[in-house]
Design a protein around this ligand. Sequence first.
Ligand SMILES: [Zn+2]
Length: 128
Amino acid sequence: MPVYEYFCPACQIKVGVRLSYAEYGVKKPVCPVCGGKNLKRLIGRVRIAKSEDRRLEDMSDPSLFGDVDENDPKSIGRALKKMGREMGEDLPPEFDEITARLEAGEDPEAIEKSMPELGGEGGGEDEE
Ligand SMILES: [Zn+2]
């Protein structure tokens, strides 16, 4: 027989009550300690995410970038724009220009090179 968890208001403790599936929901559970019948069913913890956590989860949601084709600048541009809208703030002034150029089909690497302040590493060195 499964054990169901209840809270006994009289004892102020959590108690386990054995009930068969047939009895559960039909028979009133009785506190094994005091015999009280006012037991409250304990349901598994309900997770309520804070809004901030929720937002971070959304940001890391792979489905956000699920349809991005890395080889298609237009696709990357659209994803970036979408990401920008999700963030809604603190976007660099170049952001609009970058997404516009990506959507126009420009090579992301070429855009990066034309905006040295974006990379932050290497700088003038020629890489393939
Ligand atoms: Zn009790």
